[in-house]
Design a protein around this ligand. Sequence first.
Ligand SMILES: *Cc1c(COP(=O)(O)O)cnc(C)c1O
Length: 363
Amino acid sequence: MKKVHNFSAGPAILPQSAIDASIEALQDFSGTGLSLIEVSHRSKEYEAVVNEATQLVKEILNLSDEYGIVFMQGGASLQFDMIPYNFLDEGETAAYLNTGVWAGRAIKEARIFGNVNVVASSEDKNFSYIPKGFNIPSDSKYFHCTSNNTIYGTELFSFPETNVPVICDMSSDIFSRPFDASKFDMIYAGAQKNMGPAGTTLVIVKKDMLGKGKRKLPAMLDYKLHIDNGSMYNTPSVFAIFVCMHTLRWVKSIGLTEMAKRNKAKADLLYAEIDRNTLFKGTVVHEDRSRMNVNFVLTDKSMEEEFLKLCKDHNLSGLKGHRSVGGLRASLYNALPIDSVQVLVDTMKEFEQLKIKQGAANS
Ligand SMILES: *Cc1c(COP(=O)(O)O)cnc(C)c1O
């Protein structure tokens, strides 16, 4: 099999141990003689998977018993609806930080259910920075933010101090660095960026947030019901949660402090080359540069296709920017080894040499 360096923004690279365990379990899951995808989710072997995955989240993030932890379906996108549906009654106002497409979708959905106060936005500069120093009115029902803006390559390295409940979409940087989870009332993350395959979404919610709204909740949209049933109210994403469990085992074996060190080293290596090499240019203000998604462009846009072709020749995959913003984006999630980043940096240097040679030949 050819070795491809996977810079995809999501679904994205996973640790080899999780892939190996999946291959084995597709043949014979946990000695049952059945494939993982044909086994009952109520079997004791599979219940052990959901329990362990949940326990690992709790341990890695150091969560107290005040939090409910569930694996849900519907993607991070369903959370954009479930959050206001559960926590924002008609006539009430929630505060939202607008830092990109996903934050924008969360805002759009919340407006269906209640009032939205966009406390700050970086839309004026195409979401190339994180707004700071904004005010969150103390009568807001909650404050919603996105810790890492996957499409634009900005990341929140600190969170506002506020007395209102904080809800955060951590889809693309959860488990990439240590943080104080006790400061959040709810955290959610689609698995397919940094935790597992597509098909499940991790939801962590403080139990004292639940059961307070006026709205009548349909079963599938009620957090409490999912928590009370341990992610098993209905058939969960059996395969996806299994892969998450193995990824979480790997995350735990490394630890978030070491993981953050590795992620910083990878990002520093790539940003240093973007800043050194005059053919390339970063698109985000330095202090808000994401360590997960590195956005950059060619200073001469007409060279983009040629550079991507060279990348392909070096087995570098997934570098095209999101269709809504263009340019280039290198996603450096947990499982991406620094060697892959080095190959990308070497390719950028090779492209520079190639252009110098062409310039000399033309003059
Ligand atoms: C990808 C992504 C989403 C959307 O996730 P789905 O699982 O496709 O619904 C939401 N928020 C962020 C920050 C993302 O990166």
